[in-house]
Each structure stands twice: as structure tokens, then as C-alpha cells.
Design a protein. Structure first.
Ligand code: GAL
Length: 679
């Protein structure tokens, strides 16, 4: 049965899991025994293991050994620490790649990948798929009745390092995908891809090849989008084969995967196959400490938009370092603040990458809970504290979803991939979602990412930044949202491309013109806004624009609320509003900016009572609400360096102490979770 994805779905986990990825294959028996003690003392109730241990588990083809993992699982199990196992297919062993060099991936330059790193094997290789099924089967069979193994992660961060492959197996698999997609009709493919352009007409599927950028010039965008879809289909099939084996071995296991990366449709079968999605979180990839809280929050809310609440199989637990870089070191209490942030935004379980920093290999400076010298220090102490708190907090959180008043359209891989095929030098839909998100985040609104086919019912305003690719099936949901009183903001260029990634034949905004009440009669790129400035005049405001302009023809029942100033555009309609019942559609003939958002927010405030979560949200205080029909939890997080008073908070009790609270004082990096008293 197809599950309906929604940003509001909880994971349905019955336990809040708290722990770390753990690599027993790196450590001796004495250290492992001590590890179990220390994990238990930090209230860990889970570890994740084996995602890179294929060479241990199957040292020679067809010979399996499980002793190390059996022993580790049992030792941890005695301390009530459960295990999530992984299929180890991100790192096939050397005997495999030595015997079958053709399983190695080939990049767009024709270079074959080598053994010695990871993600080097191709998901379309029949040989690799056989080995993947075999190791999965062997592990699943061995652990089917082990009471301490509670679930699985498939592979590890599929497509994290690179997703394109152009090997012979991929050529064959791409054709298989296309034959299926086009019902074996090469004419249908030619029509969909517009192959009349530049003499591309194919006579049979055998002639079709994977597209490569700049070999020598620009490829066909329709072909390229189908290639990205093929990558998603291919990796989904690869994962599906593992999931089937795991589910057959023990239907009680949950199955997840740690994403999220390029060219995988996480709203499609890939996630339908899982119990819930996993999201790995490393906020320190953002090197700007002031921007980091909002980029961290955006990545979480974006992850939730695919299918709902998630597990975090890996969250930053120290400075991350690979050969070319080393992150800032998290300051005292920062790890805990980030953990609470992740939980606030939808994590129903969390693990910290990783238990102990490894002294060897490509990630010897990727620091974990414990340092190289195995001495527990402040990071470990922070986990101990957090672990204790989660014993109380965990059960309260499960089953709740994150409140969203302001929705920004995000999380559609087709839309993102279509942009990648033809960016025109414009910011991507995801970057623009980030801009909108950050605007509201900084001002203390309950903002979240929501797909246009999702439940929009709770939203006071819904903003679709600039989704050139647009599926007509989303239209009725948007119409219903507006008819029921919602405010919909549609950014320029939306719905200008069809699902094949070709430009629509209708006047823009294509299928949205009736709902928006406008037609775009001229558009243009703003390449040098400093030399040829344009602005839009609103009754009380003038806003300068960037990137793009559109001149709008207004249909009946629609009003221009902003008009162009500059060049040949003077007084021409730029922004419109069409009221429908209690709701409204605002069409914006340019790229969104903070000033424009301020204006639309004022409209939503007047029409819908949209407001920040508190009348006055102090600077650097992040507020997130998780709720369900029974309860409402407010997370207050001090992201700043100053102690801060938060006034005017709704009445509630501190979840951890049970004491009533009506005002708050938060030290730097301090967090507080308050359960509201419902009158
Ligand atoms: C993740 C990956 C881990 C580790 C970590 C730190 O992307 O799943 O295996 O590499 O990043 O780089």
C-alpha cells in the first residue's frame, strides 16, 4: 500500500533512540568492553554498526564470519543497548573489485573509479547487485532472531560522493529504464526529448547513451532530467533488493537509510520502501557561526518535507575533518544545543557520529564523542547529560509533529534536477527556499518546508519560490488551499516547464494562470541590476529587484498591487493579487527578496493573523513547537553568545523538572523544553 508522505507524519517509533555509530572492527576486546560501560553510563540505548565492514563479514567470497559483531551486539545488549545494523555495500571488499573490476563506476570523463575509498561500485552492475544481495541475505539470516538487532540502515549515504556513472552496465540500465518509461516506443522518446533539435533523432533504444555535460557542449535538458531520474530509479532498485531480503527475514525490523543527497527522489519509492527516512546532520559544514543555526534548522525542516519526522543516524559530535579541511571545534554545550535543535525540528531518534575518533584512515580527524586518546572529556559529559534528559524527554516527543504556519515549497527532486539541467545563472529552487525560510526563521515564525502535494491545511501563507518545472496534478491541492482561506505566493517562472523539462506551449504561468489571474507577456533576465536598475512601486514602498523581471497581463478579478519602475517597464504590472473567498493568490513577477517577503507577511498578518510565535522573539532565540492532539511542546534554544530573557511565553511546565514556567532566562547555548498547560 502506498503511504501518503507528509511533513506531519511521525516515525511511529515507540522508543526514542539515542546513541552513536560504532566500529568494533577498529578496536580491541578490552576497549570494546570499556566502550559498553561508558555508553551505558551515558544512557545510550542504541548503536549503529557494520556499514563499512564487508571485508570483515565476508573476508573471502562466500565465507562469512560474524563473531566480532555477535560478541559486540551481545555485550551491548546486556546493557540494554540495541543495535541497528547496516548493509555494508558502500565499501565492497577488495577481493570483489579485484575479481570484477567492471563493477567500478566510470565518471563522465571515462575514468574508472578505484578501490581504496568508498562508493566505488555501480548500482546497475548485475555482478555487484548479486554480491549485494548475498551479503544482505547472509547478514539477515544470521541476525533474524537476534533480540538485540532492532532495525537496519541500507548501505550508507547513497549518492553522497557522486551519483553519475557512465559504465557499460549503466548504459544498458538507462535503456532499460527508458524502454519502460516510454512503453518501448522510440517515437515517444524522440517526442518527449525534442530530438528534432540538433539532429538527435534515435531509431532504436540501443542508440541512446547517458548524457554528459560539456562533452563537447550542452546536452539536451529533457534527456538529462531523465538521466537523473534514471539514477534515482537505479539506486531505488538497488536498495529495494536489500529491503525485500531484510523484511522477509524479520518483518519486525524497521528499515531506514541515511540521506539526503542528489538525484534520489525521496518522495518516491525509495522512501516508500523504508519505515522512515534518516537524515545525517553536520551543521559545521557551514563555516559561519552566525548563519549556522538557520542553515542547520533549514536542513532539518527540508529533510522533514520529504516524508515526515526522521531518525538522525549521524549528527556532528565534534569537529569534522577530512584531508582538505577541519571544522571549528564545537564550544561547550554547543553539541547539546545542536542535538536539541535537531529534535525540535523533527528528529525522533538521534545518533552521534561517531563514538570514538579513529586514528587511521581517510577520516582520522573526524572527531567523535571520544578523542583519539580515548579519554572522556566535555563532549562525553554533554552526552551523559543529554542522555539523562532524553530518558524523560524522549517519550514526550514521539508522536508529535512540528507546527508550521509559514510553508515554503521544497523537497521535489524533479524540480531540483530540472533546475540543474538549465539554471540560466539563477539561484536554485532550493537556495530560494532557503532564503525564504531564513527570513521567517530569523523573525521567530513557525516556518517549515512543505511540498505542494502535501497537507497545506494549517498554513497561513504558502510560498512557491520559483519552480519552473511544475506538475499539473498539484493544482487542485493549491486551489483547495486558497479556497479554504490560504494565502498563496507564486514566484516568477513557476510552471513554465512541463514534466519532460521542455518549455510549456501556453503563456506563463502555464497551468497556474487561472488560479493566479495573470499572464506573463514579457520576461527578462536582470544581469546587471546596478547598471540597469529596476524596482517595483507598492502603495507605501519601493522595492528594487534582482535576477528577473516579468510584465503581467491582468485577468478579471485580479489587481496589480505593485508596478514596475525603470527602463521600458514603467507602470507595468509586476505583482498582483487575486482574492478568492477568504484566501488570495499573490503572483510575483520577479525573484523573491526580503523586502518583498516583508510586504507579503504584512498582508498575511492582516488577512490571516499571521504572527511570530511570540510577540517579541529576542535575537538569537530559536523557538520551535512540536505538538499533536494531546500535547504541545515549545522548544526554546539560545543560539547566541549572550544570556537572554524570553518574556511573554505561554504557560507551561519544564518537561525535565516538572516545574511551572511563565518566563525564561537562557544562558548562551542553553535550551528549555516547555509543555504547555492546555486550558
Ligand atoms: C557521513 C558519512 C560517514 C562519515 C561522516 C563524516 O557523510 O556517512 O561515514 O563519512 O559523513 O565525514
Amino acid at each position: 500500500m502506498t503511504k501518503k508522505h507528509s511533513h506531519k507524519n511521525p516515525t511511529h517509533l515507540k522508543t526514542f533512540y539515542f546513541g552513536a555509530p560504532y566500529y568494533p572492527e577498529h578496536w580491541d576486546a578490552e576497549t570494546r568492553a570499556q566502550d559498553a560501560e561508558r555508553m551505558a553510563a551515558a544512557s545510550f540505548n542504541v548503536v549503529r554498526m557494520a556499514e563499512f565492514a564487508w571485508d570483515y563479514l565476508e573476508p573471502e567470497e562466500g565465507t562469512f564470519r560474524f563473531d566480532l559483531f555477535d560478541e559486540t551486539i551481545a555485550t551491548l545488549g546486556e546493557k540494554d543497548i540495541a543495535t541497528i545494523l547496516c548493509t555494508p555495500t558502500a565499501t565492497p571488499p577488495r577481493w570483489l573489485t579485484y575479481a570484477h573490476p567492471d563493477v567500478l563506476r566510470v565518471n563522465a570523463d571515462g575514468a574508472r573509479m578505484q578501490h581504496g575509498s568508498r562508493q566505488h561500485a555501480c548500482h546497475s552492475s548485475l555482478v555487484f547487485r548479486d554480491y549485494s544481495r548475498n551479503i544482505t541475505q547472509a547478514m539477515a539470516k544470521h541476525y533474524a532472531d537476534n533480540p538485540h538487532v532492532i532495525g537496519w540502515q541500507t548501505d550508507n549515504e547513497l549518492n553522497c560522493h557522486f551519483s553519475e556513472c557512465h559504465c557499460d552496465s549503466c548504459q544498458a540500465a538507462f535503456r532499460e529504464f527508458l524502454r519502460d518509461k516510454f512503453n518501448n516506443s522510440i517515437d515517444a522518446l524522440n517526442a518527449a526529448w525534442g530530438t528534432a533539435f540538433w539532429a538527435q533523432t534515435y531509431r532504436s533504444f540501443n542508440e541512446v547513451i547517458t548524457p554528459k555535460v560539456a562533452k563537447p557542449a550542452y546536452p539536451n535538458p529533457a534527456q538529462q532530467l531523465d538521466y537523473f531520474r534514471f539514477i534515482s530509479w537505479n539506486v531505488t532498485r538497488f536498495q529495494h533488493e536489500q529491503v525485500e531480503i531484510l523484511r522477509a527475514a524479520n518483518p519486525g525490523w524497521f528499515v531506514t537509510h541515511n540521506g539526503t543527497f542528489n538525484h534520489i527522489d525521496y518522495r518516491g519509492t525509495f522512501t516508500q520502501d523504508l519505515d522512515f527516512l534518516g537524515q545525517d546532520i553536520y551543521p559545521f559544514f557551514d563555516h559561519d557561526p552566525e548563519h549556522r543555526p538557520s542553515s542547520h534548522a533549514f536542513s532539518l525542516d527540508h529533510a522533514r518535507a520529504w516524508s515526515g519526522n526522521f531518525m538522525i543516524p549521524e549528527q556532528q559530535s565534534g569537529p569534522g575533518g577530512q584531508a582538505p579541511y577541519l571544522h571549528d571545534t564545537p564550544e561547550p554545550d554547543e553539541i547539546r544545543r545542536m542535538a536539541v535543535t535537531s529534535i525540535a525540528h523533527g528528529a525522533d531518534s538521534i545518533m552521534f557520529f561517531r563514538w570514538r575518533t579513529c586514528r587511521f584512515g581517510a577520516e582520522e580527524y573526524w572527531c567523535g564523542v571520544l578523542d583519539h586518546d580515548n579519554v572522556p572529556r566535555r563532549r562525553y559529559e554533554e552526552y551523559q547529560k543529554l542522555g539523562q534528559e532524553l530518558n524523560t524527554l524522549g517519550p514526550e516527543i514521539l508522536g508529535t509533529h512540528v507546527r508550521v504556519d509559514v510553508g515554503v515549497a521544497a523537497a521535489d527532486m524533479d524540480v531540483y534536477d530540472a533546475h540543474e539541467t538549465y539554471p540560466l545563472g539563477l539561484p536554485s529552487p532550493k537556495a530560494m527556499a532557503g532564503l525564504v525560510y531564513t527570513y521567517y526563521f530569523k523573525r521567530g515564525y513557525a516556518v517549515g518546508c512543505v511540498h505542494p502535494s502535501d497537507d497545506l491545511g494549517d498554513l497561513k501563507i504558502y510560498i512557491i519560490p520559483h519552480w519552473a518545472l511544475f506538475h499539473p496534478d498539484w493544482l487542485p491541492n493549491l486551489e483547495a488551499y486558497v479556497e479554504n482561506g490560504g494565502i498563496l505566493v507564486i514566484g516568477a517562472r513557476t510552471a513554465t516547464k512541463d514534466w519532460n523539462n521542455n518549455v510549456v506551449a501556453e503563456t506563463p504561468p502555464g497551468v497556474l494562470y487561472r488560479l493566479a489571474g495573470v499572464k506573463v507577456i514579457e520576461y527578462g533576465r536582470q544581469n546587471a541590476p546596478d547598471k540597469r536598475p529596476l524596482s517595483i512601486n507598492f502603495p507605501k514602498l519601493k522595492v528594487s529587484t534582482q535576477h528577473w523581471y516579468e510584465v503581467l497581463d491582468i485577468l478579471p478579478h485580479t489587481a496589480a498591487i505593485g508596478r514596475w519602475e525603470g527602463r521600458h517597464l514603467n507602470r507595468k504590472p509586476a505583482v498582483t493579487m487575486k482574492k478568492i473567498g477568504q484566501g488570495a493568490v499573490i503572483y510575483v513577477g520577479t525573484y523573491l527578496t526580503e523586502s518583498l517577503l516583508t510586504l507579503f507577511t504584512a498582508i498575511a498578518e492582516e488577512m490571516k493573523g499571521l504572527a511570530p510565535l511570540l510577540e517579541k522573539v529576542p535575537e538569537n532565540i530559536q523557538i520551535v513547537v512540536r505538538e499533536n492532539d494531546e500535547k504541545c511542546l515549545w522548544f526554546y534554544i539560545n543560539d547566541g553568545d549572550r544570556p537572554t530573557n524570553v518574556g511573554g511565553i505561554p504557560r507551561g511546565v519544564n518537561v525535565l523538572t516538572g516545574y511551572p514556567l511563565s518566563q525564561l532566562y537562557l544562558s548562551p547555548k542553553e535550551t528549555r523544553i516547555v509543555k504547555l498547560i492546555r486550558e
